[in-house]
Design a protein around this ligand. Structure first.
Ligand SMILES: C[S@@+](CC[C@H](N)C(=O)[O-])C[C@H]1O[C@@H](n2cnc3c(N)ncnc32)[C@H](O)[C@@H]1O
Length: 194
């Protein structure tokens, strides 16, 4: 609903943050086996390693950690609406990633970052706010979407919709993946160096 009508987000923001605050201590226990598989496959397809990568709706930080491991020179920021999720993500961060990965409380619908601040932004089981997503990705950078249980994922956006929304905002070179129980897709923002 929020993808179709982003202005409704202000009604959902508080209750959703409260719901995820409550879920934070149990989140990792309810993750399904193989939940990162499609995400990893999509990341492996990216040829230009980002210098700065963003994980939107990071939860307990699994996506941010996967980004940092896949791109060992990248600085990674994980953002989540729920303070309790961010606390869990910080607590779980392995020591070896501490200098390169950080977590912030924030809203993906109004990000506290400059235009073109990241070469890659990832959404793992997360509601996309396309205007902000497109704004913070640098020309030539990538957007990565992953849904751990494909169409059965509660927050699922069909790839045709993702393509349509991103194409309108200057993205090209779409690719779709399927791995384990889930699906993923990537898109590249036009411009930048190859
Ligand atoms: C379904 S969980 C996914 C968490 C994690 N990416 C994973 O797959 O394990 C969605 C997460 O997005 C966060 N979230 C929802 N809307 C958000 C928004 N507008 N900005 C930032 N985080 C948001 C929630 O608090 C929650 O932690």
């Amino acid at each position: 609903m929020v993808v179709r009508a982003p202005w409704l987000w202000r009604l959902f923001r508080r209750p959703l943050a409260r719901q995820f605050d409550w879920l934070a201590p149990r989140w990792d226990q309810i993750r399904t086996p193989g939940h990162l598989e499609p995400f990893e496959v999509a990341l492996a397809s990216i040829q230009q390693p980002p210098r700065r990568a963003l994980d939107l709706g990071t939860g307990t930080g699994a996506g941010a950690q996967a980004l940092a491991k896949r791109f060992p020179a990248a600085e990674v920021v994980g953002v989540d609406l729920s303070r309790a999720m961010v606390d869990e993500a910080r607590r779980k961060l392995p020591v070896e990633l501490e200098g390169r990965v950080r977590f912030e409380v924030g809203d993906s619908a109004a990000l506290p970052f400059a235009d073109a601040a990241f070469e890659l932004a990832a959404l793992l089981n997360m509601i996309p706010f396309f205007d902000e997503l497109a704004r913070v990705i640098a020309p030539g950078g990538h957007a990565v979407f992953s849904f751990s249980n494909g169409e059965a994922t509660p927050i699922y956006v069909p790839p045709e919709r993702v393509r349509r929304e991103l194409a309108r905002r200057g993205f090209t070179e779409f690719a779709e993946f399927s791995a384990g129980p889930g699906t993923a897709s990537t898109a590249r923002k036009a411009g930048g160096r190859r």
